[in-house]
Design a protein. Structure first.
Length: 338
């Protein structure tokens, strides 16, 4: 499944642009996304600031737009809500998401940077008592923290864990999560989703195999929940369909080349050269060029493209036109904005 991590549409005054926020959700659904994730890193963590007060309004707007789309008989959509902060805050956000009709809470542990494994697991259990849980291994450079195999092995014992987004941008850390699910015997109950925007195609193609007693357990990613899929979503859906057709067979060299191109494009748009500081403005720049957003504005006025990032974005756009879905957006933009 393809699940875009939903950005935040703002006006030049840095207020919520409801019309374009709805248009983004409609774009993802018409592009073939199986779900949306709102209140996550790409939606900007600052929406929770009491002075901003956009957490509930943004989640509600997305939920209303999804419900409108579903009423047309176009299939069910998975609603994922980002949940962060201390246990008290996370439970409160989980309750808000549940009351708005969200199916799953994507729980970030970045706020508990000094907590030990036992404290982290207790925190997760508290939130799971409110909404089914999607674990989240977020890379430290954008607000996450290192999480051990030992933590994940305890985490997957929580009954209400239904999925894990694996996004440490680190192959060793990715293996820790997958192995923990296998060792717990929950590979049929917990969906694994890649969040490794630097390794999307390889993650989707890989079959992980682990010994469990006399058995060999095989696990695969069920799809991805990615900031990289917040743009060019139609092309992402087609790519995932292409991957699904060859999984378990000999992988065509063309898919490996597509993976390399995707990583190169992501590096430019996410600003890997500067520790991902320009990640959100980079996403906004692609959506601005397509007409879905009016500008790159973020809640923090200082959050902008890094030096040289625009040149890098121009480079990858020229190098990999096959990754884009500009024609699809152009053909439907007026209807999404209506």
């Amino acid at each position: 499944m393809v699940i875009p991590a939903h950005p935040l549409a703002l006006t030049a005054a840095r207020k919520l642009d409801e019309r374009r926020q709805r248009a983004l959700t409609r774009y993802y659904l018409d592009a073939g996304a199986a779900g949306i994730a709102v209140g996550v890193h790409t939606t900007q963590f600052a929406i929770r600031d009491p002075k901003v007060g956009l957490y509930r309004p943004v989640l509600a707007l997305a939920a209303e737009t999804v419900a409108e789309w579903e009423r047309r008989g176009r299939g069910a959509v998975l609603r994922v809500a980002g949940v962060v902060g201390s246990t008290r805050q996370a439970v409160r956000e989980a309750r808000t998401a549940r009351d708005l009709g969200y199916d799953v809470g994507l729980l970030s542990l970045g706020a508990l940077s000094r907590a030990k494994d036992a404290e982290l697991v207790a925190h997760c259990r508290a939130v799971a008592g409110t909404i089914p849980l999607m674990g989240f291994y977020l890379q430290p450079s954008v607000g996450g923290r290192a999480l051990s195999y030992r933590f994940w092995r305890q985490f997957v014992e929580i009954d209400d864990v239904v999925a894990i987004k694996i996004a440490p941008f680190n192959r060793y850390a990715t293996l820790d999560v997958v192995r923990a699910v296998a060792d717990a015997g929950r590979e049929r109950e917990i969906a694994l989703l890649t969040g490794n925007d630097d390794n999307i195609v390889a993650d989707l193609l890989t079959t992980w195999r682990f010994s469990r007693g006399r058995d060999v357990v095989s696990l695969r990613m069920a799809g991805g929940l990615l900031g990289h899929w917040a743009y060019w979503t139609r092309a992402a859906v087609r790519m995932v369909d292409r991957v699904a057709r060859v999984r378990g067979r000999t992988v065509p060299a063309g898919l490996l080349s597509l993976g390399a191109a995707t990583t190169d494009a992501n590096g430019a748009i996410f600003d890997a050269a500067h520790g991902f500081r320009g990640c959100i403005p980079g996403i906004h720049e692609i959506l601005r060029r397509q007409g879905l957003l009016r500008g790159r504005w973020c809640l923090d006025p200082t959050e902008e493209l890094s030096p040289g990032q625009m040149k890098e974005i121009d480079r990858v756009l020229a190098a990999y036109p096959e990754l884009a879905d500009d024609d699809f957006v152009t053909a439907n933009l007026d209807r999404w904005l209506a």
